[in-house]
Design a protein around this ligand. Structure first.
Ligand SMILES: *Cc1c(COP(=O)(O)O)cnc(C)c1O
Length: 375
């Protein structure tokens, strides 16, 4: 049997939607993108949703919207994908790394405050594997020190924290529609916020800094729709109607895909909890997970990875901590000893296949082989 680490759930529903855009006369950002943004913000119950071509660009726009400047500091967990750190460096600002919790793999809320300095501008929690961070604690630290909260929510659609949907909590929340994430547009991202100023800033900067309302003010009498003004130094970060039409269809079945993931997680946890060699992921009772990843901890991670590969099961590691990557280590002089929990965690973690469309047989095959080879 061959089980990939991930397979996107694409059916005729998506294929027909994309083909109909291809047959239309408008391929890039247009009506379908507006429809996707509207559906997305309605689904979450948030005021603004700004689509762009990746979560990385959404995070970049978010940091620009809050006015991040050179030499500012942003606190992020060291256990994350490099994009979370990278976007901070776009401003010549500094990613300040925080250690993580052993049970949730998320930023350790008890270690955030000691990292705050006069230069700290924001906290960027990352909801690892789809489980929300302790947002009440993070918001209270942020309020106390007048910091912004930008959530890297690339793993976390849909998920809730104390019955609130992720996407409605922090100042700005950024989602990813990369193929391995919980829904996809091929490549894509979305930033959500309830702050009108941030939303407008992100919309302007995702497309070259063009102010689209400018022609309303253009006093030549005619509807001079060719007129625009550049009001900021923006980027080319917009998405396309091709991608958005895929997103519209994926969003319709998001809950269905989430319950399929949840069921796989339940079976895994039930079976692996019988094994004393395997530590299963725990989700705290006041939150729900998007189950983007199912991460186990074992003492023979590298061996298990190889064994599973030999029997046709694709697995992966999330993540190599930021402080271990040569570029970041050299540039920001991170000290390995500052992140004891993340260091131990990194040696043990393995992400197993969890995607809608996995058959009972495939799930059982993973269970059997993980139980057989885990030490
Ligand atoms: C995937 C991922 C991103 C980047 O998403 P893209 O849409 O590929 O830019 C950012 N942060 C985390 C934690 C991710 O896993």
């Amino acid at each position: 049997m061959k089980i990939p680490f991930h397979k996107s759930h694409i059916t005729n529903q998506e294929i027909e939607a994309v083909v109909s855009v291809m047959k239309s006369n408008w391929l890039t950002m247009g009506e379908k993108t507006i429809e996707f943004e509207n559906n997305f913000k309605e689904y979450l119950g948030v005021d603004y949703a700004v689509s762009c071509n990746s979560a990385t660009s959404a995070l970049h726009l978010a940091l620009k919207a809050i006015g991040l400047k050179e030499a500012d500091e942003v606190i992020i967990p060291t256990n994350t994908f490099i994009a979370s750190a990278e976007v901070i460096t776009y401003f010549n600002a500094i990613p300040v790394l925080c250690d993580i919790e052993a049970d949730t793999f998320n930023i350790d809320i008890n270690k955030i405050e000691e990292l705050i300095t006069k230069k700290t501008k924001a906290i960027m929690p990352v909801h690892i594997a789809g489980q929300p961070c302790d947002m009440d604690e993070i918001l209270s630290i942020a309020n106390k020190h007048h910091l912004k909260v930008i959530e890297d929510s690339a793993h976390t659609l849909p998920a809730t924290y104390k019955n609130k949907k992720i996407g409605t909590i922090g100042d700005i929340t950024c989602f990813s529609f990369y193929p391995t994430k919980t829904m996809t547009t091929g490549e894509g991202g979305m930033a959500t916020t309830s702050n009108a100023t941030y939303a407008k800033n992100m919309k302007i900067n995702r497309l070259h800094g063009i102010d689209r309302d400018a022609w309303d003010r253009y006093k030549m009498g005619s509807k001079a729709s060719w007129y625009y003004e550049i009001v900021d130094n923006g980027f080319k970060y917009n998405t396309t109607d091709l991608a958005s039409s895929l997103g519209i269809e994926q969003l319709k079945k998001l809950e269905q895909m989430n319950s399929a993931r949840f069921k796989i997680a339940e079976i895994y946890s039930q079976e692996f909890s019988k094994q004393k060699n395997i530590i299963i992921p725990t989700v705290k009772t006041d939150r729900t997970s998007a189950w983007h990843l199912y991460i186990i901890k074992v003492s023979n991670r590298d061996e298990l990875y190889e064994k599973l590969k030999e029997v046709g099961i694709g697995t992966s590691v999330h993540f190599i901590p930021v402080h271990m990557h040569p570029y970041y280590k050299n540039k920001f002089r991170y000290k390995e000893t500052d992140y004891p929990v993340a260091n131990i965690n990194f040696k043990k973690i393995l992400s197993l296949p969890i995607f809608p469309g996995m058959s009972e047989e495939e799930i059982q095959y993973v269970v059997e082989n993980v139980c057989k080879y885990a030490k």
